[in-house]
Design a protein around this ligand. Sequence first.
Ligand code: HEC
Length: 265
Amino acid sequence: MTTSPRVFVGFVLAAGLWFLSSSATAGTPDLPKDSYKKAAEADLAFLKQRLTELAKIEAAKEKVKDSQAKPAIGISMLLAVYADALGDGALRTDALKVAEAVIAKDYKGALELAKKMTVKPANATGKGDLPKLASFEKDKVKYLEHAMTLFRNKTILETPGGLHIQQDIRDLIRKDEPAKLDPAQVEILAVRAAVITEYATHYPNAKVKGKKDWEKWSKESVDFSKQITAEAAKGAKADEKKLRELLFNLNKRCNDCHFTYRDDE
Ligand code: HEC
């Protein structure tokens, strides 16, 4: 369906859905291409590992739980975003196909496709819109759930269910004996966090009714993640104190939003 943007924005404003009206031009976070490339390589590896495990569970004739499949779908959404920023059309298309295959519980098919995927940045970039999944368009809050689940720490078989981001951030900002900071790892963590919270910006949950704070917390999360990416990308020259401060601020936005809008905490 195509609706003219002006009509769409008018409708949205009339409905008081402020968060959509301000996202008409927004989308893929503006991050250095090189950082996107590193995240794409790391997350393609994560996807393959994850799908290998799901296929193993399936081959053992056990039931794959939703919580086990969700990160594979979420990581494919992220890969499609990175691919768009990198101008890698094939990766974008295949990442969305993998997500749909996992949604359809075809883990073997998803794994076979994922094994053929590679990261090949082009000079141009894509359209900059967040990629959509046909299966999620009816119930859009699914984008949020599948993105957020990547922050989780829990382990499924040998691989973490999510990307262990929530715990990594907490370890890095701990007052007593904070974890050692590796800029290369923090750079990838921040690219992932930027894209995940960008999805949050566009897809609030049902509890949000015209409240400005959702937009504030999600946009500031994207913003801090961008600043963290830029600083961490300096590698050995990155300012560690600054990075920990930025991570502290990011963590605060996570908590602020969860306190108000998350059901299960
Ligand atoms: C703008 C609001 C908002 C921000 C910002 C936000 N979250 Fe969330 N988060 C949510 C909501 C809402 C849920 C519940 C989603 C659901 O499952 O329906 C959630 C769920 C989660 C979950 C559980 C996922 C699961 O599978 O059960 C984790 C972990 C999480 N968030 C971590 C983070 C971290 C870490 C940050 C910051 C880097 C963050 N979130 C930022 C709103 C937010």
